[in-house]
Write a protein that binds this ligand. Structure first.
Ligand SMILES: [Zn+2]
Length: 296
């Protein structure tokens, strides 16, 4: 991160309806801004992610109230990472905040550490995070799937356990064919492997691939990635192929007996060159080191 980065501010004025009653506040490819969703039913509205910090959280809440009117509000997050959920505090008392159990545990265990880490990433990020309060969910669900009735429309929350984090969750809107993936799938972006041993090693690449296969099996018409442009199922397939490819390349290099840094030095430029239009190549090394450290 450098001081030339744009501030991680959510632009709620550019929200748009991508399917009947499904609204997205797009990220405009601003680093540390997620794609945010609002799904409307007859009597309730589900909000997916908040952006980070109270200013973003309040702006999203205002936008939600404008489109949702007097519907009851439910807030869920795709995972605990700061840019997705650290704007939840303004929703406390105004929405029913609902996480899966593992996501709640992830936030409780790692939220304060991530808040400090992100504050250190640049002044505009520290400013966005000023006054951030980490709030607990009002309700947790257990198990792989949780259905919500929004009134005339059901929405399915689904998780697979540890993948990009310990509690990643997708939001599936079956009647519209819209799938919110969180950071399980980012569009034209090198997947984020937050491999920070010994502080955070909660990644499971194999399970991540399984989750992406299940996501594709939903046959979504529209995929809203955690970051990047909205598209189709190819967003999910591209990420799956990337992780499979990195895993296979590292496995082959390990068989040849090379040490970790030699493997990174050899593979990183080739992987970057294979995806010339993908963003944030700094994450290639993290994906390589995760596989180097964990593959048998
Ligand atoms: Zn993330």
């Amino acid at each position: 991160m450098t001081e030339t980065n744009p501030a991680p501010i959510v632009d709620t004025a550019t929200r748009r309806e991508i399917a009947p009653g499904v609204i997205v506040i797009p990220d405009h490819r601003i680093p540390l801004v997620p794609n945010i969703g609002i799904v409307l039913g007859d009597h309730s509205a589900l909000v997916v992610d908040t952006g980070m910090g109270p200013r973003n959280g309040n702006a999203v809440l205002r936008a939600v109230k404008e489109v949702a009117g007097d519907r009851k509000l439910i807030l869920t997050l795709t995972h605990f990472h700061p840019e997705h959920g650290f704007g939840a505090a303004p929703f406390k008392g105004k929405a029913n905040i609902l996480y899966n159990r593992a996501q709640g545990q992830d936030l409780a265990a790692k939220g304060p550490g991530y808040l400090e880490m992100f504050r250190g990433m640049g002044p505009e990020i520290a400013e966005a995070l000023e006054g951030t309060e980490l709030v607990e969910a009002d309700e947790f669900y257990d198990g792989a799937e949780h259905e919500i009735d929004l009134g005339g429309r059901k929405v399915v929350l689904r998780n697979w356990g540890m993948a990009h984090t310990r509690g990643d969750q997708i939001v599936w809107v079956p009647d519209a064919g819209v799938l919110f993936t969180g950071d399980l799938a980012e569009e034209k972006t090198f997947p984020i492997f937050p491999w920070f041993p010994p502080d955070d090693t909660d990644i499971d690449g194999e399970n991540w691939i399984k989750a992406l296969k299940d996501c594709a099996a939903h046959r979504p018409k529209v995929v809203v990635p955690g970051h990047g442009e909205i598209g189709g199922v190819e967003i999910i397939e591209d990420v799956r192929k990337y992780i499979e490819d990195v895993s296979a390349k590292v496995a082959a290099a390990k068989v040849s007996g090379k040490d970790g840094e030699a493997i990174v030095a050899e593979l990183e430029p080739a992987i970057r060159a294979a995806h010339p239009d993908w963003h944030f190549p700094e994450w290639i090394g993290f994906a390589l080191r995760y596989h180097i450290d964990t593959l048998k």
